[in-house]
Write a protein that binds this ligand. Structure first.
Ligand SMILES: O=C(O)C(=O)C[C@]1(C(=O)O)C=C[C@@H](O)C=C1
Length: 394
């Protein structure tokens, strides 16, 4: 395919979405799925035209008695489907990874990047036969699901060489989507260039920072200056469309085909075992089955003190629950003053959120007990989702 043809046929990316102002005729939806109410505290809810506030089942009932049809985790939604307006949304069953939306149409799945990005392949692996919808930013993909523009989002969360994708950890907490699955994808990078451009002509290489990090040794060996792009395929597209002669791109073999580029080197990642784990996100959680292994992702914060993290992790160890991932992120908020007004101790700037994945589902008693235990002393605790483990790469 010629680059100019590819330019015309590629789907447009969703640009960043502006905030929703709730119109009086809009439906609102309350999502009160919570096995343990304190684990998933519902935030203060405000909708300018309806003045609804909600924090639990009683508020859901009150909101409905006020004529509110639906509120999705405290977020006002435009374009909520009319047919399910009278009833509260049902959690998805664990068979939710079916390839069609509830009305039988193809599932629309948001990913960040342009056609040929690894995220597009991950979306297609997670939901075969889906319509993959490109988004400019991770944030847009979250919002597209929240606003019913698409049915799901598939976003990278960690890579076996480059580590965690911190932005998506932060967005998981800022948005109100549920993790309903994970998908692992083998990442095999190529060095792409325009036709008739040789390796010795290249001075620079463009790609996603994660991809550049995964090819650190090879790119150093080639003596190329790295430049960050939004995604790997976007880098290839830029090099192709701008007809650059001194710049290459690190991207997939499929990006080379789509943008009609030459592959100068294959498998340039620093280790042949290069795997990225993606999360599948939906508006509603799934009900876990007992037929296959599940994982649960949670996020919590703790009072500072000796052994506080040790104590938190012990709730899992005591119940023989295996942890598969732990990540800490700064808790972004105003600095925390001492609780006592007369407290002259210095203010705290470094508070953390801990993201933990463990091998059990919220349907299992041991997981419920572990989280009830953690909830006794955690200053914040939220379940992000229980979902089947992707065993495809074991
Ligand atoms: O740039 C892409 O193609 C992406 O899909 C993004 C992304 C990432 O964010 O980690 C996905 C997989 C690879 O690890 C490199 C880049």
């Amino acid at each position: 395919m010629a680059a100019s043809t590819a330019k015309q046929t590629l789907p447009p990316r969703l640009p960043p979405l502006s905030p929703v102002r709730l119109a009086p005729e809009c439906s609102l939806r309350l999502n009160f799925h919570s096995p343990l109410r304190r684990l998933r505290p519902f935030p203060f809810l405000k909708a300018s035209s309806l003045r609804v506030e909600g924090s639990g089942n009683a508020d859901a009932v009150r909101a409905r008695s006020m004529g509110v049809q639906a509120v999705l985790d405290g977020f006002p939604y435009r374009d909520a489907p009319k047919e399910d307006a009278p009833s509260l949304p049902k959690p998805l069953s664990s068979g939710e990874s079916s390839n069609s939306a509830t009305d039988g149409s193809r599932l629309r799945v948001a990913y960040q990047g342009v056609s040929g990005a690894y995220s597009e392949s991950a979306a297609e692996k997670a939901y075969p036969n889906c319509e993959a919808v490109p988004c400019e930013q991770f944030d847009t993909a979250f919002q597209a699901v929240e606003r019913w523009i698409v049915d799901r989002a598939v976003l990278p969360i960690e890579n076996s060489l480059g580590g965690s994708i911190h932005r998506n950890y932060d967005l998981l907490l800022r948005h109100r989507l549920h993790i309903v699955g994970e998908v692992k994808l083998a990442i095999r990078h190529c060095l792409l260039a325009n036709h008739n451009v040789k390796l010795e002509n290249l001075k620079r290489v463009l790609s996603h920072p994660q991809a550049l990090a995964q090819c650190e040794h090879t790119l150093t060996k080639f003596g190329l200056v790295r430049e960050a792009a939004d995604d790997t395929a976007g880098a290839a597209q830029h090099v192709a469309y701008s007809k650059l002669k001194d710049t290459g791109a690190v991207a997939s073999e499929s990006a080379a085909k789509i943008y009609n580029m030459n592959i100068l080197a294959k498998d340039i990642q620093d280790d042949c075992d290069n795997v990225t784990r993606f999360l599948m996100l939906a508006r509603e959680p799934i009900i876990p089955d007992r037929d296959r292994p599940y994982k649960t992702s949670i996020v919590f914060s703790l009072e500072e003190g000796p052994g506080s993290l040790f104590k938190a992790l012990a709730v899992f160890a005591l119940r023989q629950i295996n942890l598969t991932k732990i990540e800490s992120r700064p808790l972004r908020r105003h600095r925390i003053q001492g609780s006592d007004d007369n407290d002259n101790s210095s203010p705290k700037y470094f508070d953390y959120l801990f993201y933990v994945d463990f091998e059990a589902s919220m349907a299992e008693e041991k997981a419920q007990n572990a989280l009830s235990h953690l909830d006794e002393f955690a200053t914040f605790l939220k379940v992000l989702g229980s979902y089947p483990v992707d065993t495809s790469m074991i």
